[in-house]
Ligand binder design. Structure first.
Ligand code: NI
Length: 175
């Protein structure tokens, strides 16, 4: 297994639209294992393939406290979303250190395929519902900061670019 590089906002590759997965083979299983390892190591509760520069409809999530309940969603679709909405303070491994409130349906019903290509349906609420919607946005090329005001978004963009420059400077200074 290996840790994958997570793209950071505002990398334009985060805005690519993911294609459906068509091959349920060893390569897919390896990718799922690597994405899970990358998510746990970060640590985070969810990771979309788009974030590791693989533009296929694949998401891994683990909202358990014990980090032992990996859920894999391939080609996920929202079948139903509740009228009731909730605001949750979201964060993202592609936007490290930034948390802000996003309003989304409180409950969703999802259909997806597992790693063997078998279909399943799931009714989610709470953090899992937030996480599924957040990760599915990544597959459409959308990062959660796009729900925030243009002013906030620009501040975040500037902060991210500044941090990236700073890290690059430190890396080259160590050489
Ligand atoms: Ni994210």
């Amino acid at each position: 297994m290996s840790i994958l590089n997570i793209l950071r906002y505002p990398d334009p590759r985060l805005h690519k639209v993911a294609k459906p997965v068509t091959q349920f083979d060893e390569r897919l299983k390896q990718l799922v294992a690597d994405m899970a390892e990358t998510m746990y190591e970060a640590p985070g509760v969810g990771l979309a393939a788009s974030q590791v520069d693989v533009h296929e409809q694949l998401v891994v999530i683990d909202v358990s406290e014990t980090n032992d309940q990996l859920q894999v969603f391939i080609n996920p679709e929202i079948l139903w979303a509740s009228e009731e909405k909730k605001v949750y303070d979201e964060g993202c491994l592609s936007v490290p250190g930034v948390y802000d409130g996003v309003e989304r349906p409180a409950e969703v019903k999802v259909r997806a395929l597992d790693v063997d290509g078998k279909a399943f349906e799931l009714h989610a609420d709470g953090l899992l519902a937030v996480c599924i919607q957040h990760e599915m946005d990544h597959l459409k090329g959308k990062v959660f900061v796009e729900y925030l005001s243009p002013l906030k978004r620009n501040r975040i963009k500037t902060k991210m670019l500044k941090e990236e420059r700073e890290e690059q400077r430190q890396r080259s200074a160590r050489r």
